[in-house]
Ligand binder design. Structure first.
Ligand code: AMP
Length: 305
């Protein structure tokens, strides 16, 4: 049991109405790994520059993430700066600096090539494809992305999306990629283009699963203490993919349970800046949050007449 993840490891500068941080540990692979490792072992493939602080590496390693695939290259670490408005919904990107990611071409070792579960976190789709091409026989592959790549590498991204078992997008990304304003229509367009399953995250309004066989909705935890939404999507992916990996080759994919786990980890992530909460949260707190979400979601039977 283990998940291989390729994605960004970043230094994030974030402003929200609740405060701000400068050059804090961030990146899609960091948030994903710190959420997924509550369910399974995680092998990370990513790159940082020589300026990456030792505390970032220590926090990930202390959480049990296998950092064998985190390479250090001459140059500066990937940086992202973003700002949230009063609704803490979608960030405005202020700056994206690819830095060492611009020339990164990982070569997986034998253990990484044998990974059964793979998560292609938000990063250049060409890099996602390079990693996927090296994995020998993955049982389950999921991918994520963001507007930056939808706009700049659309065709490469669609190729990745057609190869994987499920794509995770937020509603804005689904609209941008499909050209459709309504989410169910956007999902239809993407499924018609060869995407196998689509999971659309709608922030505080929950997440929707679309596949040719089923549609399912999981509400979000109704949070009163949202501090910083950065990484919520990656933490969702960590809980979701981590749970599915742990389930092994169960006869039916426990996709609904996995959505509840993803929702729980996302709601814990947003309680603090950077992935700090994900690093500290206990198994009991995760179990409690899962139960709270299940209670919110309960729908009674309705009898007419
Ligand atoms: P999320 O809020 O889950 O969508 O993810 C936020 C994380 O994505 C931040 O920690 C950023 O460092 C990272 N990020 C932002 N822009 C990009 C990009 N273009 N490629 C890869 N990672 C990014």
């Amino acid at each position: 049991m283990s998940v291989l993840v390729v994605g960004s490891v970043a230094l994030d500068s974030i402003r929200t109405p609740n405060g701000s941080v400068e050059e804090a540990l961030g990146g899609s692979a960091s948030y994903f790994s710190l959420a997924a490792r509550h369910f399974t072992d995680v092998q990370m493939v990513a790159v940082v520059g020589e300026d990456f602080p030792a505390q970032g590496r220590e926090l990930l390693a202390a959480s049990g993430v296998d950092m064998g695939g985190l390479s250090t290259q001459p140059g500066r670490t990937f940086r992202w700066a973003g700002e949230y408005g009063a609704d803490l919904a979608y960030p405005k990107t202020l700056a994206t600096e690819l830095n060492v990611f611009a020339g990164f071409h990982p070569a997986l070792d034998a253990k990484q090539r044998r990974a059964e579960t793979v998560f292609l976190a938000n990063i250049d789709p060409e890099l996602q494809m390079e990693v996927l091409d090296q994995v020998e026989k993955p049982r389950f592959v999921a991918c994520d992305t963001m507007n930056y790549w939808i706009t700049s590498k659309r065709e490469a991204l669609l190729q990745v999306m057609r190869r994987v078992d499920i794509c995770l997008l937020n509603d804005e990304e689904a609209r941008l990629l499909s050209g459709e304003a309504q989410v169910p229509r956007a999902a239809r367009v993407l499924l018609d283009q060869g995407v196998k399953r689509l999971l659309v995250k709608k922030g505080e309004h929950g997440a929707l699963l679309f596949s040719p066989e089923e549609r399912y909705f999981c509400p979000a935890y109704p949070h009163e203490n949202l501090v910083d939404p950065t990484g919520a999507g990656d933490a969702f992916a960590g809980g979701f993919v981590g749970y599915l990996d742990r389930a092994g080759d169960a006869p039916t994919l426990p996709i609904r349970e996995a959505m509840i786990c993803g929702t729980a980890l996302a709601s814990l992530c947003v309680e603090a800046f950077s992935p700090r909460r994900l690093a500290e949260v206990s198994r009991d707190e995760i179990a409690e949050r899962i139960e709270a979400i299940r209670r919110v979601a309960h729908m009674p039977e309705v009898r007419l007449g």
